[in-house]
Design a protein around this ligand. Structure first.
Ligand code: GDP
Ligand code: GDP
Length: 461
């Protein structure tokens, strides 16, 4: 999974020079004569650990009679269509020209995010052009020297929000040694590829003592061996168990912790939350088990919130459903509690089960799969922007000192959990409460129950 960066700007600002530097090769023909005929090319680029495809729009054919503006517009529009982000390059030495302004107007209307780059700024020579560039209405210009390679670190930082999630650590052995489990678990960057499907979904079961976690574990994997001591292939310290269901692999983490808890029930009550945090960090989907005969209490809600704050997907199982007298009442109580809880966990999916009788376990696994799918969700940029437009129509951000913060654009920059970058003119003026509202609204609109959603604010004038 890569992303595409287009280089746009009038002739002679240094697009080809930057292209060559990013692509690391002497591919493009660099010429002082504006408008030298070249094809527009793309190449794989790698700088500062970022990989992307760079597209150059240089190559304004001189064969047509069209005006330079018309040709540039065509070139640029073609490039913007393909790009995730555009670098709009101006010449810091010559300063801003009418053609630059023409370009800026075009780019301001584009849905593709734009990073303004003032090139030829080596030394302090280009300061005048740099200051002028602020006037273009495309945010703060980034000073760069394509020829001398200055400012590349800033460029990488500016591009970072558009990069897809990094491929993470390589899969560990199925049964890691004790202590290793605390590390971030390997997660891929593209859901539902064959490779991804071949990987187990990491699940943790958390909840207070005696709610039925061990019983559920045994019911899920269909054998008693986990709790009955070491056997061939499983050491006492083993902390994970793998199994398959309908062709999908699941891995239950921290079963050793569960064994420990099972042995010393009463003493661990106080530790449950701290313990849960450790387990949550090892999982992708966290299954919070609660006893349907007990009211969802503060500790349960704290664990649920922790799951979401840690960026994991959450599913709640109401266990011992077989032993509930008034089921309608029990459900209503849970729903009331969840409604009253913080927005982060509002609307999380609840499934009623009986671990003891093995009831509704398929429903539970289905729910885990769908929640995992949502956690991996990639929402198209067009949909996100339609959503943000609707929100701005009906519930715009509050005025700050008589002025309204402008939200320009939204794009998802990461999955697991879904993370959306929001481009605003004054990020610091967007109140926390409004950000929470946006997150809640987004989760509702895109149907992401039990899935944390993150919002990153980026400055764009
Ligand atoms: P393009 O038409 O936008 O592709 O521009 P080129 O890459 O062909 O560059 C035009 C001219 O600007 C060439 O003479 C380059 O050597 C020069 N140039 C490009 N980048 C820089 C830079 O960072 N500093 C200076 N001083 N000159 C540069
Ligand atoms: P843990 O401490 O959360 O691992 O809980 P256990 O799995 O050890 O279960 C605690 C008690 O609840 C045991 O007596 C189980 O038999 C009982 N239990 C577990 N699941 C159910 C269930 O679905 N229905 C009923 N009626 N009892 C259950």
């Amino acid at each position: 999974m890569s992303f595409t960066v287009a280089l746009v700007g009038r002739p002679n600002v240094g697009k080809s020079t930057l292209f060559n530097r990013l692509a690391g090769k002497k591919l493009a023909l660099v010429d002082d004569t504006p408008g030298v005929t070249r094809d527009w090319r793309s190449a794989p680029a790698r700088v500062g650990g970022l990989s992307f495809t760079v597209v150059d729009t240089a190559g304004l054919e001189d064969v047509t009679d069209d005006s330079l503006e018309a040709r540039m517009r065509r070139q640029t529009e073609r490039a913007l269509e393909r790009a995730d982000v555009a670098l709009f390059i101006v010449d810091a030495r010559t300063g801003i020209t009418p053609l630059d302004r023409h370009f800026a107007a075009l780019l301001r209307k584009s849905k593709t995010p734009v990073i303004l780059v003032a090139n030829k700024a080596e030394g302090k020579v280009g300061m005048t052009g740099l200051y002028e560039a602020f006037e273009l209405g495309l945010g703060d210009p980034l000073a760069l020297s394509a020829e001398h390679g200055e400012g590349m670190a800033d460029l990488v930082e500016a591009l970072l929000p558009y990069a897809p999630p990094e491929p993470e650590a390589v899969e560990k052995a199925a049964v890691p040694a004790k202590g290793e489990g605390e590390e971030e678990l390997p997660v891929g960057d593209q859901p539902e590829t064959d490779e991804e499907r071949a990987r187990p979904i990491q699940i943790a079961i958390v909840g207070r003592p005696n709610v039925g976690k061990s019983t559920l574990l045994n019911a899920l994997i269909g054998e008693e061996r986990v709790l009955t001591g070491p056997e061939a292939g499983m050491t006492r310290d083993a902390i994970s168990v793998d199994w398959e269901w309908r062709g999908r692999k699941f891995r239950l983490v921290d079963t050793a912790g569960m064994r420990r808890r099972a042995r010393v029930d009463a003493k661990v009550e106080k530790l449950a939350v701290a313990d849960a945090l450790r387990v949550v960090r090892m999982a992708q989907v966290v299954l919070l088990v609660v006893d349907a005969n007990q009211i969802l209490d503060k500790q349960d809600l704290t664990i649920a919130r922790t799951v979401v704050e840690e960026g994991r997907a959450l599913v709640i199982a109401l266990n011992k459903w077989d032993a509930v007298d008034d089921r309608a009442m029990a459900l209503r109580q849970v729903e009331d509690k969840l409604q009253a809880a913080l927005a982060q966990i509002k609307g999380v999916e609840v499934v009623t089960i009986s671990a003891l009788q093995g009831k509704k376990l398929d429903t539970l696994l289905d729910l885990i799969l769908s929640t995992y799918g949502q956690w991996n969700r990639r929402i198209p940029t067009a949909q996100l922007n339609r959503w943000i437009e609707g929100v701005l129509d009906h519930h715009p951000p509050p005025l700050v000192e008589g002025r309204r913060v402008k939200i320009r654009y939204a794009t998802q920059v990461k999955t697991r959990p879904p993370t959306v970058a929001l481009f605003v003119n004054k990020p610091l003026d967007l109140p926390e409460s409004y950000q929470r509202y946006l997150i809640a609204h987004l989760r509702e609109t895109f149907d992401l129950p039990g899935v944390p959603v993150r919002l990153l604010l980026r400055k764009q004038k």
